[in-house]
Design a protein around this ligand. Structure first.
Ligand code: MSP
Length: 522
């Protein structure tokens, strides 16, 4: 059985996660579930990145020790992923002892190899990003990543010799076209960083305490990014007594990361792995962000929205659908209350829910709930529909393989529209008036049910509850996988439920837009 190891970044546990931060995890979860359905031995990692000055400061603010603080935050993160039914296999915590030990060992190894050396650092430091910048990297004198104030700071520190690996990294980029997705992120890395000459990276701090100590020089704390990035291998037991998981699942098949942390994953992480003489991940996918009309989500702007709020009012699947549907790989996605309500009403209610409802009521009305078997009667409209049923699988797979996740849903929804149109084209109510047309009517109803099962399978990696609900109403068990898609003509002995239950009910637009706006004010 082929393996599939997918990771999200490990999150800073420094507050509640908003819907933007939830995006990465929802996406990773969808891909993991898809691979499970396709028969892969799949493993998903998420977790928390618990060290660093930012966390130390937050703990102080809350009057707690850093460990007390991160324990509470890690529980809150776990609770959110449970609410969102995220199927992660590993919840990584960088304060776990085995991780700290492995990071210390990695650091000592780099020192011994001469990849890390001791020097003095002077630079512009951005506290929220925990990053040093050179003068030229600053944008208008501010942090190039977050735009906030930076401070000049100087300290004795250890450095990682990045320059040594720059050519090897470029060569790796060039010989591994699938390493970075989308392609334009690779160009960005080359033009904005590698071509300008990689600076050696400062990998220790002495200005604060909350981190993993350098074993041979404990007044230094290991830079939080060196600590955090290695989680992807320590979580699998790398450098522990039992590294069987590491042997089985590494290299990762996919790291999913947001655009703000591309540099760390596309430059530093591969270089650390090269220095460890380990294989590099197969693909790193950099996704865009969910933005609000007035820019980034932030408490001070009063435009933050949390997943729990949307889930409580509109359900989990509608929330997840919106997130994945709205972020194309080419640009940021936009969250607006209006757009959310419209997607809910048009895509979920009008298109999907109504298709299921109309079909179930027709099976009951014309065939006492029993789905007719495939009878091979076909006119042009049926031919065309059957072709669409094959095409949608291909185009869904194509979009997923191209990392165009929003488009993969778009393809499914085009297919839902195509199926709705098929009802108008075949006019089953007219066929039902004439006994002569009974076989045509059977064929029409069969196709509708077969399409709905196909749709339930295609949306299943993202919208499992909806998929279960659809299959239950159609009188089928949930025992489906990707191979079931090949069984289009093979549905037999099915009885749908007597009265269809709407899976999504139409929302009152103005009222709900207001409700979402109110959520943002909380
Ligand atoms: N701790 C680091 C990652 C270390 S990985 C070795 C970190 N954590 S984070 O909590 O700040 O961010 C977690 C993820 O959320 C990142 O991938 C980030 O890009 C993503 N997002 C944060 N805001 C987002 C949106 N508004 N939209 C989509 N993703 C967003 O970075």
């Amino acid at each position: 059985m082929s393996k599939y190891y997918v990771t999200t970044p490990i999150y800073y546990p420094s507050g509640k996660f908003h819907i933007g931060t939830a995006y990465t995890t929802v996406l990773a979860d969808m891909l993991k579930r898809l691979k499970v359905m396709q028969g892969y031995d799949s493993l998903m990692l998420t977790g928390v990145d618990e060290h660093g000055q930012k966390i130390e400061d937050k703990a102080k603010e809350a009057n707690m020790s850093p460990k007390e603080y991160v324990d509470i935050q890690a529980d809150a993160a776990k609770k959110l992923w449970k609410t969102m039914k995220i199927d992660n296999d590993i919840f990584m915590r960088t304060t776990d002892e085995y991780h700290e030990r492995a990071v210390q060992e990695i650091f000592e190894r780099f020192l011994k190899q001469g990849d890390i050396y001791k020097g003095e650092y002077e630079g512009w430091y951005c506290k929220p990003c925990e990053s040093y910048f050179t003068e030229t990297q600053l944008v208008d004198g501010k942090c190039p990543d977050c735009g906030r104030e930076v401070k000049k700071m100087k300290e004795e520190a250890y450095f990682f010799n990045m320059k040594k690996y720059a050519d090897r990294l470029l060569e790796f980029y060039n010989s591994h076209p699938d390493f970075i997705k989308p392609e334009y992120r690779k160009t960005e890395m080359i033009n904005n960083f590698i071509k300008l000459g990689l600076e050696d990276l400062c990998v220790t701090r002495t200005s604060f305490d909350w981190g993993i100590k350098v074993k041979s020089d404990p007044k230094h704390v290991i830079y939080v990014w060196l600590d955090a990035l290695t989680n992807y291998i320590t979580a699998l037991g790398y450098l522990s007594d039992d590294d069987s998981m590491f042997k089985k699942y590494w290299p990762a098949d996919l790291h999913i990361v947001g655009k703000d942390i591309a540099r760390f994953h596309l430059i530093y992480w591969p270089i650390f792995l090269m220095a460890l003489d380990l294989p590099l991940p197969k693909t790193i996918f950099v996704h865009n962000w969910i933005m609000m009309k007035d820019g980034k989500m932030s408490k001070s702007k009063g435009n933050v929205i949390y997943p729990e709020q949307l889930i409580e009012r509109y359900g989990l699947d509608a929330t997840k659908y919106f997130l994945i549907r709205e972020v194309p790989s080419s640009q940021d996605g936009l969250f607006s209350p209006e757009e959310f309500v419209q997607r809910y009403n048009y895509d979920l209610c009008n298109d999907l829910s109504n298709l299921l409802n109309r079909t179930i009521s027709m099976v009951n009305k014309y065939f006492e709930g029993k789905v007719p078997e495939y009878n091979g009667i076909k006119n042009d409209v049926d031919e065309d529909l059957e072709k669409a049923s094959k095409d949608v699988i291909e185009s869904y797979n194509r979009e997923i393989n191209n990392f165009e996740f929003a488009n993969s849903l778009k393809e499914v929804w085009n297919y839902i529209s195509r199926t709705n149109k098929y009802i108008d084209e075949t006019s089953p109510w007219a066929l039902a008036k004439d006994e002569e047309n009974i076989e045509k009517l059977k064929s029409c109803i069969y196709h509708l049910v077969a399409n709905l099962r196909e749709i339930a399978i295609l949306i299943r990696p993202l919208m499992k509850d909806t998929s279960d609900n659809m299959l239950r109403q159609l009188g089928m068990g949930s025992n489906v996988n990707w191979d079931t898609l090949k069984e289009y003509k093979n549905i037999k002995n099915i009885k749908v439920i007597e009265k269809g239950e709407p899976i999504f009910m139409r929302l009152k637009e103005e009222e709900e837009v207001e409700a979402i706006k109110n959520m943002m004010k909380q």
